[in-house]
Design a protein around this ligand. Structure first.
Ligand SMILES: Cc1ncc(COP(=O)(O)O)c(C=O)c1O
Length: 422
């Protein structure tokens, strides 16, 4: 096997990475490789495959839509799948307006631009944006700017706009220090909000890419109260946490928070098609209406409201609404297995939220460049389980269809791989 002469893979250093595995097909939780091997996709293919690969009702919905209307320009035209999706997501999120884009990063760009321009349209100057340590909001420039500055963003540093940063008091089982850290972070936020602030952006309850870093719902609530009391807009990045991943349909609901803007993608189409949406309150929408052209939100993508993506999203919502117990009752499936794994001497900071279980491996420095994750990935692959640790943070985030037996196999593989670590 060798690298393809014409492809360029994402976030991959060719000099040090193994050649990508050839996938032939996928069903449910399993990827079937060209050589016949089967792997459990324990991370839902970068957190997108919500119900399972090739979920029949979503595949059928896309096929039906493809024969009806595959794509149409969304300026000057509208269509039923987009309208139905907007109506349903509006009812579910409490945010009346839906703006389409193509992925999680663009959903964030749209949220930032709406927030910024809304203040401009009001004739008010609020020049500060606030984000959190460890945040990840995507790889486009605006999304990088509000994300944590890291190895990923270093080459672009001169091009990234400035953001005020607040500590993220993440926690895990048995953490005795969290309350004090939350208080410190809240004081920092109060101080920062004394500067007129356009918007505050956060990943509610869980920062994904920086290492599955959980905060307590009460902290998210306390942040939202302070932000909203200051008049700043609250942007919830639910690209990863949305659609049941945290055990509630949206993490904001679990935290008891109503944001002004919400970015969604990944599980939106059940993981079938690339689509992002930014939900906005009616108050924000109204701020863009008027006779002056400059009030307009001049933003649009070629594939805005792609009907196939809408059809997939509608079918995915049907599944979520018909079987809410599949995400609501996932955490009790993880917890006992994680409790056992947490006894392993290499496991520290076990944590669990809805469909997501994570821990850190005691092995040198914490962080993305810690090689232990790659070692564990290799060992688990040999046992038929596909993982993609974030440095020394290991997590399981499987599709909802995973069986108890498959989930047990993931934990068993991890246990054995941890034993085999040098
Ligand atoms: C919280 C969060 N926001 C935004 C993004 C960016 O989404 P995309 O990769 O679809 O651009 C991600 C991707 O992992 C994410 O986890």
């Amino acid at each position: 096997m060798s690298w393809h002469p014409h492809l360029w893979h994402p976030t991959t250093q060719v000099a040090t990475s193994p050649v990508p595995l050839q996938v032939r097909r996928a069903r449910g939780c399993e990827l079937e490789l060209a050589d016949g091997r089967r792997l459990i996709d324990a991370i839902s293919s970068w957190w997108v495959t919500l119900h399972g690969h090739a979920e029949p009702s979503i595949a059928a919905s896309i096929a039906r839509q493809a024969q009806q209307l595959e794509q149409v320009i969304f300026a000057n035209f509208s269509h039923q799948p987009a309208e139905q999706l907007a109506t349903r997501l509006s009812a579910l999120t409490g945010l009346q307006r839906l703006f389409f884009s193509d992925n999680g990063s663009t959903a964030i760009e749209v949220a930032l631009k709406i927030a910024w321009q809304w203040w401009t349209n009001q004739g008010q100057s609020r020049q500060q944006l606030i984000a959190f340590d460890g945040a990840y909001h995507g790889d486009t420039f605006g999304a990088m700017a509000v994300g944590e500055r890291s190895l990923f963003t270093a080459p672009y540093e001169p091009l990234l706009f400035e953001v005020c940063r607040i500590a993220w008091p993440h926690t895990s089982w048995g953490d005795a220090t969290v309350e004090a850290r939350e208080q410190q972070a809240l004081s920092q936020l109060e101080q920062a909000l004394r500067t007129p602030t356009a918007a505050v952006i956060l990943e509610p309850l869980l920062q994904g890419a920086s290492g599955m870093r959980l905060v307590r719902p009460a902290y998210v609530r306390a942040v939202a109260e302070r932000v909203q009391a200051s008049g700043a807009l609250l942007i919830a990045d639910e690209v990863m946490t949305g659609f049941g991943r945290t055990g509630a349909l949206f993490a904001c609901q679990k935290a008891g928070v109503q944001p002004d803007l919400m970015a969604l993608s990944k599980g939106l189409t059940g993981g079938f098609l690339p689509m992002g949406v930014t939900m906005a309150s009616e108050r924000l929408y109204q701020g863009f209406i008027g006779n002056k052209a400059e009030l307009t939100f001049f933003h649009g993508h070629s594939f805005t409201a792609n009907p196939l993506g809408c059809a997939a999203a509608l079918a995915s919502l049907d599944l979520l609404q018909n079987q809410p117990e599949r995400y609501q009752q996932f955490e009790p499936r993880h917890s006992p297995l994680l409790e056992v794994l947490a006894q392993h001497p290499r496991v520290v900071r076990p944590r669990c939220l809805g469909t997501i279980a994570a821990f850190d491996v005691k092995a040198g420095d914490d962080g993305y460049l810690n090689p232990v994750g790659k070692q564990l990935q290799r060992l688990c692959l040999e046992m038929g389980v596909y993982l993609r640790p974030l440095g020394n943070t290991v997590y399981l985030l499987p599709p909802l269809c995973i069986s108890d037996e498959q989930l047990q196999r993931c934990y068993d593989a991890l246990n054995r791989a941890l034993d085999q670590l040098a």
